[in-house]
Write a protein that binds this ligand. Structure first.
Ligand code: S3P
Length: 458
């Protein structure tokens, strides 16, 4: 890439260095009660971004008020939208319209959030403004080339980037965005969404083809805000998404359902802690997000949907979950996009199952908040569980129990932290994590939520 190198140090924004907080989970009584986990992270980011690209006032309820989403709130403000909190989870966004972002007066700092950063890069690519994107040490390690490739084709320009096209990156949006047909080289809803958001300001049709369908919240929400979006099957597992550019988006209320990726933690905890019986309420059941539910059901889990309903373009249900005897299964690679964030906690469930669980096709896990493939294997290994990585596959030998007793390195990764604590609730010896701080990126209140259900965490 011909952009100027950007050295990390002077661009570094304030990442307050909070001392890491170690937390321990141990086996105790059953988990019981009803819990509504926080709002869906993917939908929360999108509601703020699309609200900012709409002329008029978008009303959002149930927004996830985790660190990741609050970074997107701040980014939308810096780009000129008025974003106001009106009550717990209740927010309004007064948007600036498609292509109407203002040049942000300071760096857009996305902290730990790959989703916020990559989606906003797409949105900025379609506005004639220059913005600097940055994040914490974890986000600075993550690949951005996958976003830059399509948006450069659409007319955006990289003015500066750190080595390897990583953050911090200074990006100039396109004055006259060019519509594109883009086949995503990796199964990534973030890449797809960035292209569609940039395509909003391009004339004519922007088309994304994905070989494996990934979460479709952007497509659904664009339609909810009045854009013309056509989704057609393409190949055995793929989709072709066609967006007509330069729409007048009109404000539409967004009620954010509970996040299935967060529900996964109390769900697996209830399955492995004897005597547990929980209700998880209002959990989104979008089929491109519920691969974990399908896999656990195949493993013998008792997960029963009770009240199924629909709101704001998404489906949701309450789920009753009871302690279950689990057996090992093979999870096909084709299911990975529908449960990409759930493998660490599935690996924990697999340790408590009887027999071998083989999870195939996990290459993308290597570029999450941490190298989640290696870190998940380490999580199990330090707690006495037999585990192996074979190429892109993770293989766990379930023995119906786990010795525990490990200190788990969480690598600035919220999902590893929560998965390890869930493991501690059912292992023979307590499990300790090195830092619970990053849990707040996606599941503020996780420790209290689990304690209220009866978990021994502290
Ligand atoms: C997300 C997409 C996924 C997922 C992330 C949220 C989104 O990332 O891991 O937590 O909201 O679009 P990829 O698109 O990189 O797979």
């Amino acid at each position: 890439m011909s952009s100027a190198p950007m050295s990390s140090a002077p661009m570094s924004s304030a990442h307050p260095s909070v001392a890491p907080t170690a937390v321990t989970a141990r086996a105790g009584g059953p988990l019981r009660g009803t819990v509504r986990v926080p709002g869906d992270k993917s939908i929360s980011h999108r509601a703020l971004i699309l609200g900012a690209l709409t002329v008029g006032r978008t009303v959002i309820t149930g927004l996830l008020e985790g660190d990741d989403v609050l970074r997107t709130v701040q980014a939308m403000r810096l780009l000129g939208a008025t974003v106001t909190r009106t009550g717990p989870g209740a927010w309004t966004v007064e948007g600036v319209g498609v292509g109407g972002f203002a040049a942000p007066p300071e760096t857009l700092d996305f902290g730990n959030s790959g989703t916020g950063c990559r989606l906003v890069m797409g949105a900025v690519a379609g506005s004639p403004v220059t913005a600097t994107f940055d994040g914490d040490a974890s986000l600075r390690r993550r690949p951005m080339r996958r976003i830059l490739d399509p948006i450069l084709r659409m007319g955006a320009e990289v003015l500066a980037a750190a080595e390897g096209d990583r953050l911090p990156i200074r990006l100039a949006g396109a004055r006259d965005p060019i519509p594109t047909l883009y086949e995503t080289p990796v199964p990534s809803a973030q890449v797809k969404s960035a292209v569609l958001l940039a395509g909003l300001s391009a004339p004519g049709e922007t088309i994304v083809v994905e070989r494996e369908a990934t979460r479709d919240h952007t497509e659904r929400m664009l339609a909810h805000f009045g854009a013309s979006v056509r989704v057609e099957p393409d190949g055995p597992h793929g989709r072709r998404i066609t967006l007509t550019g330069q729409p007048e988006l009109s404000p539409a209320p967004v009620a954010v359902p509970a996040d299935p990726s967060s529900a996964a933690f109390p769900l697996v905890a209830a399955l492995i802690v004897p005597g547990s019986d929980l209700v998880l309420s209002g959990v989104m059941t979008n089929p491109l997000r519920t691969g974990l539910f399908a896999t656990l059901t195949e493993m013998g889990a008792s997960i029963e949907p009770v009240a199924v309903r629909r709101d704001g373009g998404e489906e949701m249900a309450d789920f009753r979950v009871e302690f279950s005897t689990l057996r090992g299964v093979e999870v096909p690679a084709a299911r990975a996009p529908a449960m990409i964030d759930e493998y660490p906690v599935l690996a924990v469930a697999a340790a408590f199952a009887e027999g071998r669980t083989v999870m195939r096709g996990l290459k993308e896990l290597r570029v999450k908040e941490s190298d989640r493939l290696a870190a998940t294997a380490d999580l199990l290994r330090v707690n006495g569980v037999a585990v192996e990585i074979d190429g892109d596959d993770l293989i766990v030998e379930g023995r119906g129990r786990a010795p525990g007793g490990g200190l788990v390195a969480t690598h600035m990764d919220h999902r590893l932290a929560m998965s390890a604590l869930v493991m501690g609730l059912a292992s023979e010896k307590p499990v300790t994590i090195d830092d619970a701080g990053f849990i707040a990126t996606s599941f503020p209140g996780f420790l209290d939520t689990m304690k209220n259900l009866g978990a021994e965490i502290g």
